[in-house]
Design a protein around this ligand. Structure first.
Ligand SMILES: C[S@@+](CC[C@H](N)C(=O)[O-])C[C@H]1O[C@@H](n2cnc3c(N)ncnc32)[C@H](O)[C@@H]1O
Length: 174
């Protein structure tokens, strides 16, 4: 059995291959940001290590979702250009309002959104006592970010792009 990388009263973190360290399968809900299967290569940095492990196709994502099963609830981050996971029940759009996004810089529109695939059961709005809302979730600031005197978001704005930043607390948390 693999020892956790970190543990406290609220969270247990493991560092390793999630197909081998399988404690997560016992969770109540799966929220995952797997390799999208888009063969992403950063246009800003072209060193080989910038390639995301397992991003060549959706094999890794689909293996994890097979381990999770079709019944329990899950939120799976993804991308519009890649085949969604089987059993998708709903699509949420995470609209990152304060960035134009990256993607093909020759295009006039930057993709400032991500897809979130909703899978499994347990999404009972009435049981949770929640109002019905639209499926576009708009965020206007970086998690953990702080406004700068210039009205921008300084270096912490980079956390909107996740692992692109090494300086933001949010990115360091993964
Ligand atoms: C889309 S990125 C997630 C980025 C992260 N949310 C962030 O903001 O930094 C997918 C991540 O999954 C990792 N990964 C790929 N295969 C994995 C596996 N079998 N087990 C655990 N992590 C894996 C990749 O190394 C990459 O860091």
């Amino acid at each position: 059995m693999t020892a956790p990388f970190y543990r406290d009263d609220l969270v247990t973190l493991f560092c390793g291959d999630c197909r081998e360290i399988t404690d997560w399968v016992a969770a109540d809900v799966l929220v995952t940001d797997p390799p999208y299967g888009m063969a992403f290569q950063s246009g800003r940095r072209r060193k080989a290590f910038d390639l995301i492990v397992g991003d060549e196709d959706t094999t890794g994502r689909d293996a994890v979702l097979d381990m999770w099963g079709a019944e329990r609830p899950g939120l799976v981050f993804g991308r519009w250009s890649v085949t969604p996971p089987s059993g998708e029940r709903q699509r949420l759009i995470w609209h990152k309002a304060r960035t134009t996004g990256m993607g093909d810089l020759a295009m006039p529109w930057g993709p400032n959104f991500e897809d979130i695939h909703v899978i499994g059961s347990g999404w009972d709005r009435e049981a949770a006592g929640l109002p019905r809302v639209g499926s576009v979730i708009t965020t206007t600031q970086a998690v953990g970010g702080v406004p700068t005197p210039r009205g921008g978001w300084g270096t912490r704005r980079r956390s909107l792009w996740g692992s692109w930043s090494s300086s933001s607390p949010a990115a360091r948390r993964g």
